[in-house]
Design a protein around this ligand. Structure first.
Ligand SMILES: C[S@@+](CC[C@H](N)C(=O)[O-])C[C@H]1O[C@@H](n2cnc3c(N)ncnc32)[C@H](O)[C@@H]1O
Length: 283
């Protein structure tokens, strides 16, 4: 253990990183690489999207942690010529520093030691990986605070968002309605998709009320269903339909969080009205 993080071996034999202070293991069931592939690389169709991108393709990596998601994406895209920009957000680089020290056991870090060291030292790493040019940068600090600042308007707009905060009960500041509204404002409007591991009704109503189109996401082995959000309905293969609204009505935990203060409540009348007016349902 070091600096509040430890290496843990999962039941399937793979290794992951655990935050002792938060009591949370990153990618706890199927392991970092398998989860990153299923949840982010395949679901966000990163290879197809990157291969057909007109210019630089921008990924926002929300919750850099030990960088398993980013490094798995880099491996998956290696054969495609193009320019990839990854903007990683976190309030600490300690899990990444820890992962670099444990590179051998963590496997997914191997081969990326030099760019990670550069990223840790300067906040930016520019390198060639396979056929692509990569610009990887970190934006450190409290993500909700930084996102709300006017300067965020000047950040490169993401075409894909890997949303991997800790769970809402433990990390409510990362799951509020204002946060997802702001993400929608800053996303590449023509084509941005966001994937996350939760399928909670509260998360989905939050995304919808923040202006995203929302669909069921693939199973990952850990979760039987996840969530995919998009700036356009056509980007979703399984958009939530009217029968999902029935579930919302019955749910005791559907009202979005306005603040970083976790609580569960049924959907308010005002939120229900707004949901029915969403273009995804108002046909
Ligand atoms: C589940 S871990 C991410 C794992 C990572 N994606 C990986 O592949 O290894 C969640 C991350 O979110 C970060 N985080 C939690 N709350 C945050 C906040 N308010 N601002 C910025 N980062 C935050 C944590 O520091 C942690 O590294």
């Amino acid at each position: 253990m070091s600096g509040g993080y430890q290496l843990v071996q999962l039941k399937n034999g793979t290794w992951s990183v655990r935050s002792v202070a938060e009591g949370e293991t990153f990618h706890p069931v199927i392991g970092p690489v398998a989860e990153a592939e299923a949840l982010y690389v395949r679901q966000l169709r990163l290879t197809e999207r990157f291969a057909t991108a007109a210019g630089e393709f921008v990924i926002w990596d929300v919750g850099l942690g030990a960088a398993a998601n980013v490094l798995t994406a880099l491996r998956a895209l290696a054969a495609i010529p193009g320019r990839l920009r990854v903007v990683s957000f976190d309030h600490t680089v300690e899990p990444l520093r820890f992962a670099l020290a444990g590179a051998e056991q963590l496997g997914f870090v191997c081969g990326f030691e030099a760019p990670i060291a550069e990223l840790l030292a300067t906040g930016t790493a520019q390198f060639r990986h396979g056929a692509m040019e990569v610009l990887w940068e970190t934006r450190l600090g409290d993500f909700p605070t930084r996102l709300a600042e006017p300067a965020a308007q000047t950040w490169p707009r993401p075409g894909a968002i890997l949303f991997d905060a800790y769970s809402p009960a433990r990390n409510p500041a990362m799951w509020t309605l204002p946060l997802f509204r702001r993400l929608r404002e800053l996303a590449e409007p023509s084509e941005c998709t966001l994937a996350t591991y939760s399928r909670a009704t509260m998360l989905r109503t939050t995304l919808l009320l923040a202006g995203w189109y929302v669909g069921a996401g693939h199973a990952t082995g850990e979760k039987e269903e996840t969530t995919l959000a998009a700036t356009r309905l056509e980007l979703l293969t399984e958009p939530l339909a009217a029968n999902w609204l029935e579930r919302v009505r019955r749910s005791t935990s559907a009202e979005p969080l306005e603040r970083a203060d976790y609580r569960q409540a049924p959907l308010s009348a005002a939120a229900w009205e707004a949901l029915l007016k969403h273009a995804q349902f108002a046909t």
